[in-house]
Design a protein around this ligand. Structure first.
Ligand code: MG
Length: 383
């Protein structure tokens, strides 16, 4: 089997209403998909999380051409070939994001070629369904008091839909954050709540907000600090009860080893469309396991990444593992995204806030090619 063609699809949708978090506002959603086609027409799809235009160039001009003619089933060998070809100038960042999309497409292709789902390729499923938590409650451009009311109403809507767990955004400003956290807990006394600051705080601010999260019994505090300050995570952890989660900006087993080793992080969150792909996520899970840390992927993209994360969670267990142990939850982004919801003939089935793990070969989701046209920015192909 040989790789015959690599195609990139830059897709975009304009949002009706911008939404924001602690760092910026989104007015469009973009994605870069990678399609890899073997000489027997077996096709795999992958996704890159980040700047689509840059990914397109990295794949079609740099990583893609040397892959043509190689065996697509040799996922680990191809990964290390790409790694060595850019190691001198791209140990992290968008080049690794580009490798992630290629690697995801290769796993999808391999599963289809072997007649196995990606979770079977990962070592087998511990479970056939994965409970989801809702990610939402993004900021909108409105007065803060009204915003809190809007966000609480959104959260109550998720509760109505059957979500027992959900994640809010914090990091707007500390005074607002404290009011939002208490309003959410008052409105949802029995819900599992998490808070995500997207690295908005310095250490004293993170201590202050973390103590409020302790008071209101939140389940984790996500990206309280910049990922550059792994020692500060340890300092923060020593002052709080709430578990600390981070890793969506981190990549590779080496990056996670550095981030997790000081012992301040309890939940590692690699994004399979950015961290180095499925191949590297498996190695990150091994590094995290060796440190007693659980891995719950960051998942904020299209149905390809959602399917990959579902397979990853189904094929893993919470450390240290026990007969009656619960599995980790899947992050289900609830912000508007036609790129997630409208481009697939077959999606991951989600009922009552639970994702059913696809059992079809590969990622188990089927792209609806006819739907791509209305979201297409550009398609590029090398062969
Ligand atoms: Mg996050």
């Amino acid at each position: 089997m040989k790789i015959e063609c690599i195609r990139t699809h830059h897709l975009r949708s304009e949002l009706d209403e911008p939404f924001g978090f602690s760092q910026w506002y989104y007015s469009t959603r973009n994605t870069l998909w990678v399609e890899i086609i073997a000489d027997d027409a077996t096709t795999g799809w992958g996704e890159c999380y980040g700047p689509a235009e840059v990914y397109e160039a990295a794949i079609t001009a740099f990583y893609g051409p040397p892959l043509l003619g190689l065996d697509p089933l040799a996922t680990d060998r191809l990964w290390h070939g790409m790694w060595r070809s850019s190691l001198d100038f791209a140990r992290r960042g968008v080049m690794m994001g580009a490798m992630s999309g290629i690697d995801m497409a290769l796993w999808d292709l391999k599963g289809k070629a072997l007649g196995m789902s990606v979770s079977e390729l990962m070592g087998g499923r511990y479970r056939e369904s994965v409970p989801c938590y809702a990610t939402g409650m993004y900021f909108k451009d409105m007065p803060e008091e009204a915003l809190i009311g809007t966000l609480v109403a959104e959260a109550l809507d998720y509760q109505e839909q059957g979500f027992a767990a959900m994640k809010i955004k914090v990091g707007k400003n500390p005074a607002f954050d404290v009011r939002l956290i208490s309003a959410m807990r008052r409105a949802l006394p029995a819900t599992t709540l998490m808070a995500d600051a997207n690295h908005a705080y310095d250490l004293p601010e993170a201590v202050r907000i973390g103590r409020v999260l302790d008071e209101y019994d939140f389940a984790w505090f996500e990206e309280p600090l910049s990922p550059e300050y792994e020692l500060q995570f340890r300092q923060l952890h020593e002052k709080l009860r709430v578990p600390l989660a981070t890793g969506e900006c981190e990549q590779t087993r080496y990056g996670f080893q550095r981030l997790l080793s000081p012992g301040g992080v309890q939940i590692a969150q690699p994004d399979l469309a950015y961290c180095g792909g499925i191949s590297e996520a498996m190695k990150i899970r091994a590094v995290a396991s060796s440190l007693g840390v659980n891995v719950i992927p960051h998942c904020w993209g299209t149905m390809l990444n959602l399917a990959a994360a579902t397979h990853f969670l189904a094929s893993g267990y919470l450390e240290p593992g026990r007969a009656e142990g619960a599995g980790a939850m899947l992050e289900l982004d609830r912000t508007p995204s036609p790129l997630r919801d409208e481009l697939f003939e077959t999606s991951v089935t989600i009922e009552k806030a639970t994702a059913h793990v696809p059992t079809a070969p590969g990622l188990g989701v089927v792209v609806d090619r006819s739907a791509l046209q209305s979201f297409r920015v550009r398609e590029k192909e090398i062969r």
